[in-house]
Design a protein around this ligand. Structure first.
Ligand SMILES: Cc1ncc(C[n+]2csc(CCOP(=O)(O)OP(=O)(O)O)c2C)c(N)n1
Length: 382
C-alpha cells in the first residue's frame, strides 16, 4: 500500500487555477420534512385518553353509517341499479376523517373511490352516486357543498385542488383544499406537477394518499421504490406524514393539523395513510386472482370500525344501546338509499348537449336539432 505523505502537498498548476465553486447548502433543511419512522397511531395508546368524547362518538356514528353505505352501494350493483361501485370498505376511517377535518368554506377534491367522503361532508347519498350510476354528469353542484366532481382520470383532481387553493389565497379567501388520491395515482405526472406547484406557491392544500396496497391488481412494490409515499414530500419541499389509515382518530388528527397549517400560510402537506381495500377494486374485479385470503383476514383484524368500537367500549363511552342506535341509524339511511335508487331516473336525452361547450359548434347544433325532432316524433306516436 502506498504511504501517505505527511508533508502538505503543494497544489498542482491545474489546481491552482481552478476557481472555488460558490458555497452550496440545502435550500431548506430536509430533516423537519421527513415522515416519522412509524405511522401515527392513537387508538389503543395512552394518547387516546386526550381525544374528545363527543368527537369519538361522532366518528363512530359516521364509520358505522359509512360501512353500511358501502355494503348497500355494492348490493345495488348486483341489482343492476348502479353501474359500478369502488368500495371503501376497510378505508372508512380515511374517508370520514377527510370530510370532518374540513370547515364548510373549504374544498374537497375526491377521486372516484371517495363517494363516502363526499356523503360524510353532506352530499345527498343518491346524488353522490349519479356518476357511478352511468350518468356522464356529476349529478351535483360542486359549489353547493364545495366538493369537486368525483374524478376518474387518476390524479387529475390534484392540480385542480392546487389551482383552486392558490387562487383562493391570491383573492385573500381563507380556504383550504384537501385532495384525495390512491397509491397508484402517485405514479401519475399530475401528482408530481400538483405537488411541485403546491410547494413552490405554498398553496393551502393537503394531499391525502390512501395507500390501500393496490392499484387494481398492481401492488405498491411494483409502483415505487421510495421508502414510503410520504417520503416523496421531501423532494418537493413539503412535510410528509405517515398515519395508520385505519385509526380514524389518528387520521383526523394528522389531517386537522395539516389543514390548520395550510390555513395559517404554512403551505401544503403530503399525508400517506396506510390502509387496505377489503373488497375488490370494483364489482367488476376479482381480487382473489392477485392476493391471498390470509392477507385480507389480517387486515380485517385491524378494522377501522372495530378499533374505535373497542376504544369507546373500554372508556365506557359506548354500550349495547349506543351500538344499536348507530346500527339503526345506518339501517335507516340504507333503506332510504335502496328505495330512492330503485326508482328509475328521469333522464332527458337532450342533456347530452348541455354543459359541454359554452358555444356549440354548427355540427352539434345540427345534431341537437335532429335529436329534438326524433324525440318530438316519438312523443307524437305515443
Ligand atoms: C389516467 C388514468 N389511467 C388509468 C386509469 C385506469 N385505472 C382506474 S383505477 C386504477 C388504479 C388506481 O389505483 P390507486 O390510485 O391505488 O387507487 P385505488 O383504486 O386503489 O383507490 C387505474 C389504473 C385511469 N382511471 N386514469
Amino acid at each position: 500500500m502506498q504511504q501517505r505523505s505527511s508533508t502538505v502537498q503543494e497544489p498542482s498548476a491545474a489546481q491552482a487555477h481552478r476557481p472555488t465553486p460558490p458555497a452550496w447548502r440545502p435550500r431548506t433543511d430536509p430533516a423537519p420534512l421527513l415522515p416519522d419512522a412509524e405511522p401515527l397511531r392513537v387508538l389503543g395508546t395512552d394518547a387516546a385518553a386526550d381525544a374528545d368524547p363527543a368527537l369519538l362518538r361522532r366518528l363512530y356514528a359516521e364509520l358505522v353509517r359509512g360501512r353500511r353505505y358501502n355494503a348497500q352501494a355494492t348490493a345495488l350493483t348486483k341489482q343492476g341499479r348502479l353501474a359500478v361501485y369502488p368500495s371503501t370498505t376497510g378505508q372508512e376511517a380515511c374517508e370520514i376523517a377527510a370530510a370532518l377535518a374540513l370547515e364548510e368554506r373549504d374544498w374537497l377534491f375526491p377521486s372516484y373511490r371517495d363517494t363516502l367522503a363526499a356523503v360524510a361532508r353532506g352530499l345527498d347519498p343518491v346524488e353522490a352516486l349519479t356518476l357511478l350510476r352511468g350518468d356522464r354528469h356529476t349529478g351535483y353542484d360542486p359549489r353547493e357543498h364545495r366538493i369537486a366532481p368525483l374524478c376518474t382520470p387518476l390524479a387529475t383532481q390534484l392540480p385542480h385542488a392546487v389551482g383552486l387553493a392558490h387562487a383562493a389565497r391570491l383573492k385573500g379567501d381563507d380556504v383550504v383544499a384537501l385532495a384525495m388520491v390512491g397509491d397508484g395515482g402517485t405514479s401519475e405526472g399530475d401528482f408530481h406537477e400538483a405537488l411541485n406547484f403546491a410547494a413552490v406557491w405554498q398553496a393551502p392544500v393537503v394531499f391525502l394518499v390512501q395507500n390501500n396496497g393496490f392499484a387494481i391488481s398492481v401492488p405498491l412494490a411494483k409502483q415505487t421504490a421510495a421508502p414510503s409515499l410520504a417520503h416523496k414530500a421531501v423532494g418537493y419541499g413539503m412535510p410528509g406524514r405517515l398515519v395508520d389509515g385505519n385509526d380514524v382518530v389518528a387520521v383526523h388528527q394528522v389531517l386537522t393539523e395539516a389543514v390548520t397549517r395550510a390555513r395559517r400560510g404554512g403551505g401544503p402537506t403530503l399525508v400517506e395513510a396506510i390502509t387496505y381495500r377489503i373488497d375488490a377494486h370494483t364489482n367488476a374485479d376479482d381480487a382473489t386472482r392477485y392476493r391471498a385470503d390470509g392477507e385480507v383476514e389480517a387486515w380485517r383484524a385491524h378494522d377501522p370500525v372495530l378499533l374505535l368500537e373497542r376504544e369507546l367500549t373500554e372508556r365506557g363511552l359506548l354500550d349495547e344501546d349506543g351500538r344499536r342506535a348507530a346500527a339503526e341509524a345506518a339501517e335507516t339511511m340504507a333503506a332510504e338509499l335502496r328505495e330512492r335508487m330503485n326508482a328509475d331516473p328521469v333522464l332527458d336525452p337532450m342533456d347530452l348537449f348541455t354543459h359541454v361547450y359554452a358555444e356549440q359548434t354548427a355540427q352539434l347544433r345540427a345534431q341537437a336539432a335532429q335529436l329534438r325532432a326524433e324525440l318530438d316524433a316519438e312523443d307524437e306516436n305515443r
